[in-house]
Design a protein around this ligand. Structure first.
Ligand code: NAD
Ligand code: IPM
Ligand code: MN
Length: 359
C-alpha cells in the first residue's frame, strides 16, 4: 500500500528519535512491500525559529492532507519566556485542536526483559497492562478564559467541557475496553469538581450500552497511589485531559522509563502518533535518547491508521528482541546488558526486524 506520512520532528530529542522511527518504517516498507512517502514539516520551537510561529499554516495543511502523522516532541528552555501564543507547546496543542484529535490512547505495558528496570518491585509490575484513554482537546488545557487580571495579580484557568466532548471520549473508552479485559476505571475529582460530576453521569449513562464492561469510578488522587501499588487491578482508564497527562507519566514508571511509552491521538479523520515524553532538554544533542517510545508510536500508526497488524507486531517484537539481548539506552536503569546510544539501539532494532521478517 502507498501512504503519505507527515513527520513533525519538533525540538530537542524529538529531532533525534524521529530518524529512528523513519528508518524502522523504511525497513518495514521494504520488507512488506509498502510505499511510505515521508514529508517533514516544522512545529514547535523549530518552527518559531525558522518561520516565526509554532504552528505554521503549511504544517496544518500538510497534516490535513496526510494519511498519518508522526510527531517527535516540542519545547525547550530557549523558548520558555516567549508569550503564550508563540511557545512551542502551543504548536502541539494547536495541531491537536485543529485536527480534532480528541482521543489519546496511551498503552502502558512493560516488556518482559525490563521487569527489573522499574524502581517498583518486580511482583508488583509483572503482568500489568493498562490503557489510559486521555481526553485531548478539552478541559483545563483549552478552557476560556485563561488569563491574568488585575495587574497580573489574579489568574484564571477554566476547566470547560461540553457534553458531547465527554460523551465521545467515554464512548471511545468503552469501545477500547470491549477489545481488552472489559474493565473501565473512570478517573475524576467528583468530590470537588462539577465537571467531574457531569463526567460521572455520562459514564453511567453510556455504561448501559455496554453491559459487559464493569465500571468503577475512582478519584484521581487515589488513582495516583493505586497505579503504582496495585497496577494489575487496572485495564482501561478514561480521564480528563490534565489528569491523563499526569497519570500517564506516572504510569510510565511501570515500564522502566518514560522513554518507552508510545501514544496515538485519534480523530474521526487522521491520526497523530507521538511518544508520551517531551523534548528532554537535559539530554538533547547527546545522542543518548531512547527511541523506543517513538518507534512504538510508529507501530501504533501502522495498527490504527493503516490496519497493518502484522507489521506493527513485527516492530514490537523487534523492540522486545533488542531488549532481550541486553541493548538499552541510559534512561533504563539496568546494571547488566549493553548500554548504547540512539543510533546503535535503532540499528539493533532494524537488524532484529530483518531477522524476524526473513525467518
Ligand atoms: P520530558 O519528558 O522531556 O523529560 C522528563 C525526563 O525524562 C528528563 O529527565 C528526560 O531526560 C527523560 N526522558 C524523556 N524522554 C526520554 C527518552 N526518550 N530517552 C531518555 N530519557 C528521556 O519532560 P520535561 O523535561 O518536563 O519537559 C521538557 C520539555 O518538553 C518542555 O518544554 C515540555 O513542555 C516539553 N514536553 C513536550 C511533550 C511533547 O512534545 N509531546 C511532552 C512532554 C513535555
Ligand atoms: C504531553 C505533553 C503536552 C501535554 C505538553 C507539551 C503541552 O506533556 O503530550 O503529554 O501536556 O499534553
Ligand atoms: Mn505530558
Amino acid at each position: 500500500m502507498t501512504k503519505k506520512i507527515v513527520l513533525l520532528p519538533g525540538d530537542g530529542i524529538g529531532r533525534e528519535i524521529m530518524g529512528s522511527a523513519k528508518a524502522v518504517l523504511e525497513t518495514v516498507a521494504e520488507k512488506f512491500g509498502h510505499e511510505f512517502e515521508f514529508e517533514t514539516h516544522a512545529i514547535g520551537g523549530d518552527a518559531y525559529d525558522r518561520l516565526g510561529e509554532p504552528l505554521p499554516e503549511e504544517t496544518v495543511q500538510a497534516c490535513e492532507g496526510a494519511d498519518a502523522i508522526l510527531l517527535g516532541a516540542v519545547g525547550g528552555h530557549k523558548w520558555d519566556s516567549l508569550p503564550k501564543h508563540l511557545r512551542p507547546e502551543q504548536g502541539l496543542l494547536g495541531i491537536r485542536k485543529k485536527l480534532g484529535l480528541f482521543a489519546n490512547l496511551r498503552p502502558i505495558k512493560g516488556f518482559k526483559p525490563l521487569l527489573h528496570a522499574s524502581p517498583l518491585k518486580e511482583e508488583i509490575v509483572a503482568g500489568s497492562d493498562i490503557l489510559i484513554i486521555r481526553e485531548l482537546t478539552g478541559g483545563l488545557y483549552f478552557g476560556k478564559p485563561s488569563e491574568r487580571r488585575d495587574n497580573g495579580n489574579v489568574v484564571v484557568d477554566t476547566l470547560y467541557y461540553e457534553r458531547h466532548e465527554i460523551e465521545r471520549i467515554v464512548e471511545q473508552a468503552f469501545n477500547s475496553a470491549m477489545l481488552r479485559n472489559k474493565h473501565l476505571v473512570s478517573v475524576d475529582k467528583a468530590n470537588v469538581l462539577e465537571s467531574s460530576r457531569m463526567w460521572r453521569e455520562i459514564v453511567d449513562e453510556k455504561s448501559k450500552d455496554y453491559p459487559e464492561v464493569t465500571v468503577e469510578h475512582l478519584l484521581v488522587d487515589a488513582v495516583a497511589m493505586k497505579l503504582i501499588t496495585e497496577p494489575k487491578k487496572f485495564d482501561c482508564i478514561v480521564t480528563e485531559n490534565l489528569f491523563g497527562d499526569i497519570l500517564s507519566d506516572e504510569a510510565s514508571v511501570l515500564t522502566g522509563s518514560l522513554g518507552m511509552l508510545p501514544s496515538a491521538s485519534l480523530s474521526d479523520k487522521v491520526g497523530l502518533y507521538e511518544p508520551v515524553h517531551g523534548s528532554a532538554p537535559d539530554i538533547a544533542g547527546k545522542g543518548i535518547a531512547n527511541p523506543m517510545g517513538m518507534i512504538l508510536s510508529a507501530a501504533m500508526m501502522l495498527r490504527y491508521s493503516f490496519e497493518l497488524k502484522e507489521e506493527a507486531e513485527a516492530i514490537e517484537q523487534a523492540v522486545n528482541a533488542t531488549l532481550e539481548q541486553g541493548y538499552h539506552t541510559a534512561d533504563l536503569q539496568i546494571k547488566d546488558g549493553k548500554k548504547v546510544g540512539t543510533e546503535e539501539v535503532t540499528q539493533v532494532i532494524i537488524d532484529q526486524l530483518n531477522v524476524k521478517i526473513t525467518s
